[in-house]
Design a protein around this ligand. Structure first.
Ligand code: PMT
Length: 217
C-alpha cells in the first residue's frame, strides 16, 4: 500500500536533559526504530519529517530531518511540523528534566556524599499531538515496557487518546533499545491486536506502516 502524498511526522531517538555544561540525563535509545520508520515511509512515497534526538545515524534518503537535544526542543519541533496526516512517536522522550541547568560544572563538596537533583515533568508530546486542533488523522505511539506489556500499553493508548500503540519489551537482549531487531505488539482502540516480528527494525517499520496505511485508506 502506498503512502504517496501523505505527510508523515516521526520522532526518534533519546532526549538529553542537561544538568550542567558537562552532564545530562539520557537513555539508551539509538534512534534505529524511528529512523527505520522514516526510511520506510519515504520509500513508500510519503513526505517525511523526522524529528531526531541526539543520535549518530545517517539521514534516510528523501527524509527531512530536524535535530533536537532536549524534550522541550523535541516538543517545539514536533508542534512546528504540524499539520501531518500521520504522527508516529518512536522517540524515548525524558519524562523529567532538571528544574534548572547549573551554569558551571557541579563540583564535589568535601564531606558531602549525596547530590539531590530537582526534576520537573516534561511536556507529553504524543498526548498533546493527539488532542491538537490540527490533530493528524492517525496518531501512533510506542510503549517501552519491561513487564505487564499489554496492560501498560493499552493504558497509554487510552490515556493519550491514540489510534494505535506499538509495544516493545525493553531491558532484554535482541529487542527494544539499541538492537537491530525488535518485536512489536500493536494495539488499537477497537480491541485490535497484531504481533509483528521478531524481525529487523526495517522489516517491522514496513509492517507497521502497512497497518497504518490500511487505516488511512
Ligand atoms: O531507538 P532504538 O534504540 O531503536 O529503540 C527503540 C525504542 C525502544 C526507543 C522504541 O521502539 C520505543 O519504544 N520508543 C518509545 C520509548 C518510550 O519512551 O516509551 P514510553 O512508554 O516511555 O512513552 C510512551 C509514548 O509517549 C512514546 O510514543 C513516547 O514517544 C511518548 N512520549 C513520552 C514522554 C513524553 N514526554 N512525550 C512523549 O511524546
Amino acid at each position: 500500500m502506498s503512502l504517496r502524498g501523505r505527510r508523515v511526522l516521526v520522532s526518534a531517538g533519546p532526549t538529553f536533559e542537561d544538568i550542567d555544561p558537562v552532564r545530562f540525563i539520557g537513555n539508551r535509545s539509538s534512534g534505529k526504530m524511528g529512523f527505520a520508520i522514516a526510511e520506510s515511509a519515504a520509500r513508500q512515497g510519503a513526505d517525511v519529517v523526522l524529528v531526531a534526538g541526539p543520535v549518530s545515524l545517517p539521514t534516510p534518503a528523501g527524509v527531512s530531518r530536524i535535530d533536537v537535544r532536549s524534550a522541550a526542543q523535541m516538543h517545539a519541533a514536533v508542534m512546528a511540523a504540524l499539520p501531518a496526516d500521520i504522527y508516529i512517536g518512536a522517540a524515548a522522550v525524558a519524562d523529567f528534566t532538571p528544574l534548572s541547568v547549573a551554569p558551571g560544572k557541579i563540583k564535589k563538596q568535601a564531606g558531602v556524599d549525596t547530590l539531590t537533583l530537582e526534576l520537573v515533568r516534561t511536556p507529553d508530546i504524543l498526548a498533546e499531538v493527539a488532542v491538537h486542533p490540527r490533530r493528524p488523522r492517525l496518531v501512533v505511539g510506542f510503549a517501552a515496557e519491561t513487564d505487564h506489556v499489554e496492560q501498560y500499553a493499552r493504558g497509554k493508548l487510552e490515556k493519550k487518546k491514540l489510534d494505535l500503540i506499538a509495544a516493545n519489551r525493553v531491558g532484554i537482549v535482541g529487542s527494544g533499545f539499541e538492537s537491530d531487531d525488535n518485536a512489536l505488539v500493536v494495539y488499537g482502540r477497537d480491541g485490535f491486536e497484531r504481533a509483528l516480528g521478531p524481525a529487523s527494525k526495517i522489516e517491522l517499520a514496513d509492517n507497521l506502516l502497512e497497518l497504518i496505511a490500511v487505516r488511512l485508506a
